[in-house]
Design a protein. Structure first.
Length: 238
């Protein structure tokens, strides 16, 4: 039987490391976190936001397709926290499973009248249901030559999911539409992690266990073919 010992002192001075229940001394930046079985070194969720903010590349001509097509406009990482983020001009990789909010504002410029790009998010190359507003550029030759597409969505994402930005043109004007990095942004924030349940996960599972206890009314045991998996048999002796 384990015994808890309590010592009281004015100061606590350690010459060695603190070891968790797994015998680990942890790594730089970790904290001793309470678990259901004891304590272990880890990264506490609370107080450490997991986020990424990147720039949008400047003067990149976007797709002229009328269906959503991935565009390589993700710029350098401006702000990161809580995780190691992997990103390139084409995509961002999600570091851990959870609920995320993704938002962007992509400003574009054109000298083409009524050029109208629209944007969405691709998760593992599949477009989500939502999309940004239509970035309607009214008159590119008369000083009204920019417009911004804005979108904010909340998604449940798996670890290592690949996030891309896609664009389509809802106009038929043609012409070049290019990004303006000075007035654009791309942001991903982890809102939380999914709950994890262990043990009996439903009343159906519990009732199944009860239903598979059989009390025999005869002294003759059941035939081999009549024995069912995961069943307890209580048999009369005589």
């Amino acid at each position: 039987m384990s015994t808890t010992k309590i010592y009281e002192t004015d100061n606590l001075e350690l010459n060695g490391a603190i070891v968790d229940q797994n015998g680990s001394t942890g790594t730089t930046g970790q904290a001793l976190v309470s678990t259901t079985n004891g304590t272990e070194w880890g990264s506490p969720e609370a107080g450490i936001p997991i986020l990424l903010t990147t720039a949008i590349l400047n003067n990149v001509s976007i797709s002229s397709s009328t269906s959503f097509t991935a565009v390589n406009i993700i710029g350098s990482q401006v702000l990161t926290s809580g995780a190691t983020w992997t990103s390139s001009s084409s995509s961002v990789t999600i570091p851990s499973a959870g609920y995320y909010q993704i938002s962007f504002g992509i400003n574009t410029a054109s000298v083409t009248q009524r050029a109208t790009p629209t944007y969405t998010i691709l998760v593992d190359d599949v477009a989500i249901a939502g999309q940004s507003n239509d970035s309607y550029i009214r008159n590119g030759t008369s000083g009204i030559g920019t417009a911004c597409g804005v979108l904010t969505v909340s998604l449940s994402l798996a670890a290592n999911a690949v996030i891309k930005i896609a664009c389509k043109r809802v106009d038929s004007a043609g012409g070049t539409v290019a990004t303006d990095s000075a007035t654009s942004f791309f942001n991903i924030v982890k809102l939380g992690a999914p709950a994890v349940t262990t043990g009996v996960v439903s009343s159906a599972e519990s009732s199944e266990a009860t239903r598979n206890i059989i009390i025999g009314t005869s002294a003759t045991p059941p035939a081999v073919g009549g024995v069912y998996e995961n069943t307890i048999y209580i048999q009369r002796e005589t």
